[in-house]
Design a protein around this ligand. Structure first.
Ligand SMILES: Cc1cc2nc3c(=O)[nH]c(=O)nc-3n(C[C@H](O)[C@H](O)[C@H](O)COP(=O)(O)O)c2cc1C
Length: 325
């Protein structure tokens, strides 16, 4: 029997140590709310709420609040972007705090300024990391916990196995979450038994009745095997896990020669990343919301192996809790 109460559930005030990780464009308000309502915690992806699902940001948060009064989280991508991007993110964080959000998941850059804002309001910040170097930087910035993103993860994956990451980050004195590869309750229990304080899942929650991702995308996740997952540089310039559809086979997975040269030059890199970001916001939104009519960039991790049906998100959380409780 595994203990469901961990340092993470205690810090965040939830009953099941399961995070529905932020996903552009798959984090719609109904999915976030369903995971929180069942005892886990759903994380709001602001770009997804505003640009993929068309809610004014505060209205999107209030929609979630009408569906659940349990804790929800907020995802802040803190990579140095343009001034407009930084101001937008700061405004969204301030609104999230005003609306009672107290759990923040940062990714990509230095989370210090987010920690400063969130700690003033009594909240906690976890940072997505793939290796010790970034974990130490994040701790120096003041984070309260770490999401260890492993090689199996959907989105931008790490390079280590879950056990290797635990070895590398387990002595840092903060709760450590296993992000990647958890597609069924057996893997969830294994992660807790290894010593993780919880799991962050993305792919599993796309194949749910509350997620508004297109049925083609959900079916592709249910049917895929772990060996169908490949990493493509075509979305953001850095490797991102996708299902190897016919479209991916046709266009390949490597960044083009011009993008490659530009990505090596610090100044040009920012412009290329911005170009990729704008293009991929649009492409991913179309692929996930409109299905196979469009170029099928179906982002998913190796946890597809554990996904055998589209189910209500709350059933998944309850089944995991029962398996571990
Ligand atoms: C479609 C998709 C979009 C994602 N978008 C984001 C994002 O916007 N921000 C972020 O921090 N992580 C993002 N992730 C990573 C997830 O939050 C989570 O860490 C990851 O999916 C865990 O691996 P799993 O898919 O094997 O469960 C995304 C993952 C997927 C599958």
């Amino acid at each position: 029997m595994t203990q469901l109460a961990t340092s993470f559930t205690e810090q965040v005030g939830i009953s099941v140590p399961v995070i529905c990780g932020a996903m552009y464009p798959c984090s719609n308000p109904e999915l976030v709310a369903a995971v929180s309502e069942a005892g886990g915690i759903g994380v709001v992806q602001p770009l997804s709420i505003v640009y993929a699902h068309g809610h004014e940001f505060r209205a999107g948060l209030r929609l979630i609040r009408r569906l659940t009064d349990k804790p929800v989280g907020f995802n802040a991508l803190v990579e140095k972007g343009t001034r407009v991007e930084r101001n937008n993110m700061r405004k969204w964080i301030e609104i999230a705090l005003e609306e009672g959000v107290r759990f923040f998941v940062t990714a990509l850059g230095n989370p210090r300024w987010v920690c400063d804002l969130v700690h003033q309001a009594g909240g906690v910040v976890y940072h997505n990391v793939t290796e010790r170097k970034w974990a130490l930087k994040a701790l120096d910035g003041g984070v309260d916990g770490l999401n260890g993103v492993n090689a199996d993860a959907g989105g931008h994956a790490g390079e280590r196995t879950p056990a290797q990451l635990l070895d590398e980050l387990g002595d840092l004195g903060v709760p450590l979450i296993c992000a990647g590869g958890i597609g069924d309750e057996r893997r969830f229990v294994e992660a807790l038994e290894l010593g993780y304080a919880g799991v962050q899942m993305g792919t599993r929650f796309i194949a749910t009745t509350e997620c508004t991702a297109h049925a083609d995308y959900q079916r592709a996740i249910v049917e895929a095997r772990a060996s169908d997952i490949v990493h493509t540089e075509k979305i953001s310039g850095t490797p991102c896990a996708v299902i190897n559809t016919r479209y991916i086979e046709k266009v390949g997975t490597k960044a083009g020669p011009i993008a490659k040269v530009l990505l090596r030059r610090p100044r040009a890199k920012r412009a290329v990343r911005l170009f990729y970001a704008i293009r991929s916001l649009w492409q991913l939104r179309r692929a996930s919301l409109h299905g196979l009519n469009y170029k099928d960039y179906f982002q998913a991790g190796r946890s597809v192996a554990g996904v055998t049906a589209v189910e209500p998100a709350g059933d998944i959380v309850r089944r995991y809790a029962a398996a571990a409780g």
